[in-house]
Design a protein around this ligand. Structure first.
Ligand code: NDP
Length: 412
């Protein structure tokens, strides 16, 4: 058993907390810490309301400034935590990772580190922060699993599964993320608006023809026809996993596509065009200095509040093309999640659910030794089979569609 410290108390943390509770027989005592302690208390209350704790045990809330490495290290020591699931804002990744290296405990996150002052980093993004700590992790024997949400995360495992299981050579990896659900609001983002908008205001990087290509957001669109959600338009977007997969598959084209409706694009374009998505402070006539992006965030619905009325499904997967036995072949490996089912189970919408279940699977695999690799790894560096098998059992089943049909992926 290994004690777990969850950092952050947002939409994803809510799912992580419920799932850890459901598996606290294999994990140990549970702790959740965030900037606002009351949000941690609320999450723990919702865990008890659902009766989610599998066995009687500790689940404790703490206030924490995760940007303060020594405060994080102190809390790790105080709670005897051996695994840290960092699902706080991506601005805190490096300070939390440093605390894990200092205390010699396992680390994981679900998004690449971001510097709030920078709108877009140069590729490969992981090389700017995370990979600089590779040696330190190996030296301290620290297991650090980067980006183990759904995308990045499960989609990286899907690429590796295509390599291991279905194809001999890989020529392209297209990751497609479609949310065909409806939250019923005029406009809302599914996770932190600040992070969400930052994702789409920067340069869209893709790895094609053995080099980094640059596009603008919404410049390259394509209609996809996917299982369950049907025909959907998605746009090439910048995304974390392109920056690690391009490293493992340098000969393949690696692209990420995110589905958007025309309404989202209209609202986004207006906000951006009039400067409301800028993180550069402006001063009002009254002498008040404000950051437009922060104001927009304060006005939009809290992503967690979307959960109760959310309906519909998500489909996220990898279309991987290459060759098998010398002939062209392709495979689509995917998951379909349902917003309402997620809400009924853990009180969250489907996007938080797909992001929050995978790190708990990773924590279980670290606790039982399967993924306790004692070094830094992106998800595609690890054996995908135990991860996908476990996800099948804990709420995120994987399916595969290829020339042989559309079926569940099951390793028995
Ligand atoms: P939220 O904005 O809902 O939650 C972020 C949490 O971090 C909040 O509780 C916030 O506290 C806390 N926080 C911010 N600053 C600090 C600090 N200095 N110290 C301690 N806590 C702090 O985000 P989500 O739950 O939607 O997302 C969490 C993470 O998951 C993000 O990194 C996001 O990018 C990632 N993600 C990954 C996905 C994937 O599939 N890979 C998909 C979706 C999200 P407060 O409440 O006080 O503001």
């Amino acid at each position: 058993k290994k004690n777990v410290l969850i950092i952050g108390a947002g939409g994803v943390a809510q799912v992580v907390a419920h799932k850890c509770a459901q598996h606290n027989d294999v994990l140990g005592a549970l702790y959740i810490a965030s900037r606002t302690k009351s949000k941690c208390d609320d999450i723990i209350a919702s865990v008890h309301e659902k009766g989610a704790m599998k066995v009687a045990g500790t689940f404790e809330a703490h206030a924490l400034d995760a940007k303060d490495t020594s405060a994080v290290a102190d809390l790790i020591r105080k709670t005897g935590s051996q695994i840290v699931i960092n699902v706080g804002t991506p601005y805190v990744n490096m300070s939390v990772l440093d605390a894990c290296i200092e205390t010699g405990v396992a680390y994981m996150d679900t998004a690449i580190h971001e510097d709030p002052a920078k709108i877009c980093e140069t590729p490969p993004w992981y090389a700017n922060y995370e990979w600089k700590k590779r040696e330190a992790c190996a030296k301290a024997g620290v297991t650090a699993i980067l980006g183990v949400g759904f995308d990045p995360g499960v989609v990286n495992a899907y690429a590796r599964l295509a390599e291991d299981q279905y194809l001999d050579t890989i020529e392209s990896i297209d990751i497609v993320d479609i949310n065909a659900g409806s939250h019923g609001k005029y406009f809302a983002t599914n996770f932190d608006p600040e992070i969400n908008f930052r994702e789409f205001t920067g340069t869209v990087y893709s790895w094609q023809g053995g080099e980094w290509r640059e596009n603008r957001m919404f410049e390259v669109g394509k209609e996809w026809d996917l299982p369950v959600v049907g025909k959907q338009k998605a746009y090439m977007s910048g995304h974390d996993e392109v920056h690690s997969l391009a490293n493992r598959y340098p000969k393949a084209d690696v692209r990420f596509w995110m589905g958007f409706g025309d309404h989202y694009i209209n609202v986004f374009t207006v906000l951006k065009s009039i400067g409301l998505l800028s993180e550069q402070p402006v001063t009002t006539a009254e002498g008040l200095e404000v950051v437009p992006l922060k104001v927009v965030k304060a006005c939009l619905p809290d992503p967690a509040s979307l959960a109760p009325g959310y309906t519909g499904k998500t489909c996220i997967g990898d279309l991987v093309k290459g060759t098998k036995d010398g002939k062209p072949a392709e495979v689509f490996i995917y998951n379909v999640a349902d917003h309402k089912e997620a809400f009924n189970e853990v009180g969250s919408q489907g996007i938080s659910y797909t992001a929050g279940v995978p790190p708990v699977a990773a924590a279980i695999l670290i606790a039982n030794g399967t993924w306790d690799v004692k070094k830094m790894a992106n998800v595609e560096d690890l054996d995908p089979k135990p991860f996908i098998s476990l996800l099948n059992r804990i709420g995120l089943p994987t399916r595969v569609k290829d020339a042989e049909g559309d079926r569940a992926v099951d390793f028995g």
